[in-house]
Design a binder for this molecule. Sequence first.
Ligand code: SF4
Length: 248
Amino acid sequence: MNADNRPEANLRARIAALETLLARIALEYAPATFASSLSIEDMVITDAILRNKVDISVFALDTGRLHGDTLAVLDAIGAKYGSSIRTWHPEPGAVRQYITVHGRDAFYTSVDLRKACCEIRKVEPLRRALAGKRAWLTGMRREQSVTRSELALQAFDAVFGLEKFNPLADWSETEVWAYLRAYEVPHNALYDQGYRSIGCAPCSRPVVAGEDVRAGRWWWEQPESKECGLHVGPDGKLQRSKNKESAA
Ligand code: SF4
């Protein structure tokens, strides 16, 4: 870290709380794993885990539809930390069947077909990645969208059957960028081209001033439907229990 970009007191307190929480998860919920989307938020958590050598594994879902710039983040992680993170891929047979029956980009035609694509390329591989784990972590933040405004810091994930932590739930986007600058953490070059939330290439676009952070994700759908199945509860809505809010 350069002296010039040393984090200010508020951010230092946030970082200390983050590192304390990660250490507690590693101790109390082993084996725990972090699902990185390679977003700026997820690079904060990745850095906090790898730089401090916290015993939490890190993985990413390579859906087969990611931008080259997103895949380049994997190389940047390897170069900075000297360790690669594991990638999980969709079942080739399921992808083939979807393309044969519906067409490769059928997700533009209905929410159901969009969710079916996400199920094959994201949710099913996630299920395999979480098998045998006691807790998982994400980099979601409350202010990202209406679907995340009541996001819990910690809650039991009834869909996947393990504890779920969102350590950056109450972080601001400004704080995320301040962290990345302070620790010289690499980020996806697409953020420098107007993207503020990045998923698969055909389902992400840059946003313009005044738009929601996640407005560029599945922009043809209503905001209330914009989750891919990774973070929804049995009722189809984002898991929102705040019963363990004090875990920060
Ligand atoms: S984000 Fe788009 S391309 Fe990626 S899995 Fe979902 S529907 Fe398919």
